[in-house]
Write a protein that binds this ligand. Structure first.
Ligand SMILES: Cc1cc2nc3c(=O)[nH]c(=O)nc-3n(C[C@H](O)[C@H](O)[C@H](O)COP(=O)(O)OP(=O)(O)OC[C@H]3O[C@@H](n4cnc5c(N)ncnc54)[C@H](O)[C@@H]3O)c2cc1C
Length: 389
């Protein structure tokens, strides 16, 4: 294992650090950051600034203007970007676009890359990934998928309801998972340009979090017609492709949220140094210093877990067990770090006078999306029982 950081990468990380601290954080009180995420206008303004700093879409393949970063390089840079929740949006490495770019790069045909991937990678459009459905449809259990695609001449007609679809409102394209047969694994991924009259936004959900442009939408697919050329990869391989997207996508979530947790910890540590109680700084009370120590340990272990899984992915391994373990560990450790940071801040922690209040609201969802902790534990436990882990 070699986690040494090349000087060029180290220099790039410093540039991201400076950009986020000097330019992005100033936008955190911008009224264009709404309950349903930063508006497209705010996102585009941040993208323009990142472009001027030479940092827009650095992770995408070189043919689309990026540097084609390794997973390990992403670990470093996405954590730096995540120091502000707006950082990944500015750099165009936020979910769901970043995962969708990865999936399209791996699976799409040349024609699909030109039509969908090129504008997405260049940050000219946003995208969404439509898998989850309201009960009794697919959630933790993807085999409950009920959206159906029926062959129609040289294309397909897709009908069903999707929900919790991040960025569905205002997206320029969608990747849709639909059932194309009666077997439990008979699912296919389809691409569609947006807006489309048969891709109906029913409503945007009011949620605890508010960091994703477009928020999370309920979408009615009303006989959405797509051509045969809009099948992503092969018919019937949708679940396989979902795995291609998921392992790296859940790891990049860990990277970005680790940056946010580090910010919360830094704010708490400063408070512990400056605020006095019972005749000395808070940080000199063991109860507080132990919380700071636990934070430091959780941040360190989360980072090591991310780096190790990234290193495996860079070697071409699927790393599905490792990415599951990283996802569970990071989402829970990050939540604990932010919770302790808020506690150290006392009443200040609940106010919007520091970024911690918002980070606390934002990180909670990560224990649910990209697979709830319990589902990962259940899958990992099964591997252990079967002697595969
Ligand atoms: C903020 C946010 C953004 C999202 N964005 C998207 C998106 O862009 N696209 C998309 O397709 N989906 C998205 N989702 C949906 C997300 O992927 C699902 O919420 C997740 O897969 C869980 O499905 P569910 O909500 O239907 O929960 P359910 O399947 O109803 O599960 C509820 C709970 O049951 C428990 N549980 C389930 N199975 C097991 C098991 N085997 N063992 C033990 N316990 C279990 C877990 O505690 C779980 O949290 C998003 C969700 C959130 C919260």
């Amino acid at each position: 294992m070699d986690f040494s950081i090349a000087p060029q990468l180290s220099e790039l990380k410093e540039r991201v650090d400076h950009f986020v601290r000097d330019e992005v954080i100033a936008f955190e009180n911008d009224p264009r950051w709404t309950a349903h995420g930063p508006t497209d206008e705010l996102r585009q303004e941040l993208n323009t600034r990142a472009d001027a700093a030479g940092l827009l879409r650095i992770h995408v393949p070189q043919e689309y203007g990026g540097q084609g970063l390794s997973h390990l390089a992403k670990a470093l840079l996405f954590e730096a970007a995540g120091y502000s929740i707006l950082g990944p949006i500015a750099l165009h490495c936020a979910a769901p676009d970043e995962g969708n770019i990865h999936l399209l790069q791996a699976i799409a045909s040349d024609q699909q890359k030109q039509r969908y991937l090129a504008p997405l990678a260049r940050a000219e459009i946003r995208s969404c990934f439509c898998m989850t459905e309201p009960s009794p449809g697919a959630g933790s259990d993807p085999s409950m998928l009920s959206t159906r695609a029926v062959a129609d001449g040289n294309g397909w007609r897709i009908s069903g309801t999707k929900w919790l679809i991040t960025g569905g409102t205002g997206a320029g394209m969608a990747i849709i998972m639909a059932r194309t047969g009666d077997g439990p694994g008979d699912a296919t991924m389809f691409l569609t340009p947006l807006p489309h009259p048969a891709f109906k936004i029913e409503r945007v959900l009011d949620t605890l979090d508010s960091s994703f442009t477009g928020g999370h939408a309920v979408i009615e697919l009303d006989e959405l017609r797509v051509s045969g050329e809009d099948v992503l990869g092969e018919v019937g391989k949708g679940f396989r492709y979902a795995q291609v997207r998921l392992a790296p996508a859940r790891l990049t979530h860990c990277m970005r949220w680790l940056g946010a947790a580090r910010r919360a910890h830094d704010i708490a540590a400063r408070h512990a140094r400056e605020r006095q109680a019972f005749g000395k700084p808070l940080g000199e009370h063991e109860g507080v210093s132990f919380m700071l120590a636990d934070n430091a340990m959780d941040l360190h272990m989360a980072r090591l877990s991310i780096w190790h899984t990234a290193w495996l992915l860079d070697r071409g391994e699927r790393a599905s067990a490792e990415s599951s373990m990283s996802k569970v560990f990071c989402s829970e450790a990050i939540f604990q770090v932010v919770d302790r940071s808020l506690q150290i801040l006392g009443g200040t922690g609940l106010t919007r006078d520091t970024a911690v209040e918002r980070i606390f609201r934002e990180v909670r969802g990560f224990r649910i999306y990209d697979g709830p902790s319990e589902v990962h534990r259940w899958a990992l436990g099964r591997r252990v029982v079967e002697g595969r882990l």
